[in-house]
Design a protein around this ligand. Sequence first.
Ligand code: 5GP
Length: 223
Amino acid sequence: MPIAKIKKKTGIPNVDSSLRVSSGTRRFGTVFVVSAPSGCGKTTLCKRLLKNMPGLCRSVSFTTRAPRRGERNGIDYHFVSTKEFKTLIKKGKFIEHARVFGNFYGTPSGPIKKTLKNNKDILLSIDVKGAMQIKKLLGPRSVFIFISPPSLSALNKRLMKRQADSKGEINKRLEIAKEEFSYLHKYDYAIVNRELKDALSQLGAVLIAERLKIRNVGVRHQE
Ligand code: 5GP
């Protein structure tokens, strides 16, 4: 296929018919979206991934929920009132937003636009409803990873061990987890978090594989 045609088809300006990838190739940034039922270890996994993976930054969401002990405003979340959150929606500041466990959460669009413009990757740790909004908006610029527990009974045990919620609250979270599982087929990857170490290396492998995809790499022609 002639190069011009490839360019037209992919919409990517720096793809060449040569299969040799030269040094100094240009990558296209990706939005990595990670979702998981509550209690699957998603927060720990994402924190470790961000520490180990160069060139990956994190999106800081806005939320109306109260900060938990040790959480810092502007670092873990931007903590705002419901009134402030609604004003931000009206101003079109969110790329997606959703109500989760009775609180509002939203991903600011500014950092995503800036990251993609700079051909960097960004990690979003958000719920399934928000993830579907991103999928609709960003299509191939986004990759979806679902972290799941080994089983629902394992999740139940983890939630009980955490001692953060009442029995009623745990049952509610398990019900919501079942609903979240129904979105699994809309994700690109599923990682079962049995052992944190294994799940982390699988998550890293997904990122590396995605970064190496031809569509994300500007392949430079070499004679
Ligand atoms: P938590 O309050 O426990 O930190 O988060 C509760 C849920 O809200 C988690 O599933 C988390 O991934 C999700 N969440 C956090 N930030 C956002 C966001 O910006 N948008 C959406 N849709 N969900 C979010």
